[in-house]
Design a binder for this molecule. Structure first.
Ligand SMILES: [Cu+2]
Length: 292
């Protein structure tokens, strides 16, 4: 699909819609000024979204150019000047069959990768760990049920506090309206299930670079998954109009190595007053080995 990506880049550039991101492959974890194309993909689902988008852009461009050419040709060839006596033909069986069957074929060509992608995004593979995101007016709460069920709430760093916060946490170029006081941390190359729900109204948990966007519905548990291939910090936002502070409940996910994740979990468990994981595992092993 690399070919489609290049063609799509060319088309977007001609239309003046490209930020140039995809040609240079510059990595960005959040939206950049004047960006029109997607953020770079860091999961295979989002890579497939890119591919599908590129395929569609090529198809619609070909159709648009073809229809435009037909229109121009018809306007020129059958103008009153060149064609003073119009033909009275009203039906043409072959032509009518063609303009029915060809679009059907095009739709089938589009439907196959579309359903494949829907299925891939919707059906969870074997998951390695689960996190839970809970929408609140106006922040996101998180739980780590596989790691002792510690939880935290991530609030946005307000604009007035941003520079001070960045200085204290030694962060260059903090992102306005995207930074949070607590981060979701997940390990790289791991199938992570995200369970999403809400405490009050509809919200949506979305991280564009992951190709993830799922509604947070009160009283209901939705789930999706991602497997991030590249370590880094990725940003998303609540993507369901949820009220006056809808634009101020960002999502910040830090993807780290597995060992760094284990260290983070240990620190979170300690902060929550839970015993370290290893000790607990040893106790479970002892229990399993003891005679019953
Ligand atoms: Cu919301």
């Amino acid at each position: 699909m690399r070919f489609n990506r290049i063609i799509s880049a060319v088309i977007l550039n001609i239309l003046g819609l490209s930020s140039g991101l995809m040609i240079t492959g510059v990595s960005a974890s959040s939206a950049v000024p004047w960006q029109k194309d997607f953020q770079p993909a860091v999961t295979s689902v989002m890579e497939d979204v890119h591919d599908f988008h590129d395929l569609l852009l090529v198809i619609i461009t070909l159709i648009t150019v073809f229809v435009l050419a037909l229109l121009l040709y018809t306007m020129w060839k059958f103008s009153a000047k060149r064609n003073p006596v119009p033909s009275k033909t009203t039906h043409h069986a072959t032509l009518e069959m063609a303009w029915t069957i060809v679009p059907v074929i095009i739709l089938v060509v589009i439907a196959v990768p579309s359903f494949k992608l829907l299925y891939k995004a919707d059906v969870l593979p074997k998951v390695d760990m689960t996190i839970k995101a809970i929408g609140n007016q106006w922040n996101w709460g998180y739980e780590y049920p596989d790691h002792g069920n510690f939880s935290f709430v991530a609030n946005m760093i307000g604009e007035s506090d941003l520079q001070q916060w960045a200085k204290e946490n030694k962060i260059n170029n903090p992102k306005r309206l995207l930074e949070t006081d607590a981060e979701v941390v997940v390990p790289v190359n791991t199938n992570v299930r995200v369970q999403v729900t809400s405490n009050d109204v509809l919200h949506a948990w979305a991280v564009p670079a992951f190709g993830v966007k799922i509604d947070a519905v009160p009283g209901r548990l939705n789930q999706t998954w991602f497997n991030v291939k590249k370590m880094g910090t990725y940003y998303g936002q609540c993507s369901e109009l949820c009220g006056q502070n809808h634009g101020f409940m960002p999502i910040k996910v830090r993807v780290v190595s597995k060992s760094e994740f284990a260290k983070w979990v240990t620190a979170q468990r300690a902060a929550a007053g839970l015993e370290p994981l290893k000790q607990k595992r040893r106790e479970v092993a002892k229990l399993n080995n003891s005679p019953r």
